[in-house]
Design a protein around this ligand. Structure first.
Ligand code: 5GP
Ligand code: ZN
Length: 105
């Protein structure tokens, strides 16, 4: 079974992508929990932070800074970053992702 977020990154299933570069895609969450709710994913398939290795530390750091850029570019002075880690942590999609949530600026 293909990974949903890999399929989104490959444009095999539609999504509302607001940013993309060589390593990351940022798209709107299909069931937003805030007026602004996007997901930042690496194009590399990493299941969760549990599976992430020390080698991924630069990628993880850049993922946080991309979330910051996206939120600041939208004019938000504050926002929430959330990462659910593993089934017991509430993670439903097995491709690492960072939620960016904010209210209207
Ligand atoms: P998790 O609980 O894994 O941290 O969050 C997964 C998030 O992905 C949920 O907020 C859910 O609404 C979102 N999501 C799941 N499937 C899709 C999809 O096919 N497209 C988009 N845009 N979001 C999805
Ligand atoms: Zn994937």
């Amino acid at each position: 079974m293909a990974c949903t977020f890999c399929s989104i990154a490959a444009k095999e299933i539609p999504s509302d992508i607001i940013y993309e570069d060589e390593r990351f895609v940022v798209f709107k969450d299909i069931h937003p929990k805030a007026p602004f709710h996007v997901l930042v994913i690496p194009k590399e398939h990493i299941v969760s932070l549990i599976e992430a290795k020390q080698d991924h530390s630069a990628l993880m750091g850049d993922m946080v800074f991309l979330a910051k850029k996206v939120a600041e570019d939208k004019g938000f002075n504050g926002y929430k970053l959330l990462m659910n880690v593993g089934k017991e942590g509430g993670q439903e999609v097995d491709h690492i992702h960072l939620h960016v949530l904010a209210s209207k600026a």
